[in-house]
Ligand binder design. Structure first.
Ligand SMILES: [Zn+2]
Length: 81
């Protein structure tokens, strides 16, 4: 197995659980997960994330963005434009 492959898989797993990869990328990830318990554990860790994102309301997201932007001065998204 190529050095760094596990790191690359772990980076791509975020996009994988959000269904943002191409079919070829998905196949590569799935083939790797079959043979790699470490990356599979990382996948199991990330797998619920899309469900959690679905629980967020628009207000929750606005609050998170406000919190993140506390040290910046460009204001909430709905005031830009
Ligand atoms: Zn791996």
């Amino acid at each position: 197995m190529a050095p760094g492959e596990h790191e690359q898989v772990k980076i791509l797993l975020g996009a994988y659980v959000l269904n943002l990869l191409t079919p070829a990328e998905r196949s590569g990830i799935e083939a790797h997960l079959v043979g790699c318990a470490d990356c599979r554990a990382h996948y199991e860790y990330l797998r619920p994330v899309p469900g959690y994102l679905g629980l967020l309301s628009t207000d929750d997201v606005a609050t998170l963005i406000d919190d993140r932007d506390d040290d910046r001065n460009d204001g909430p998204l709905d005031e830009r434009d």
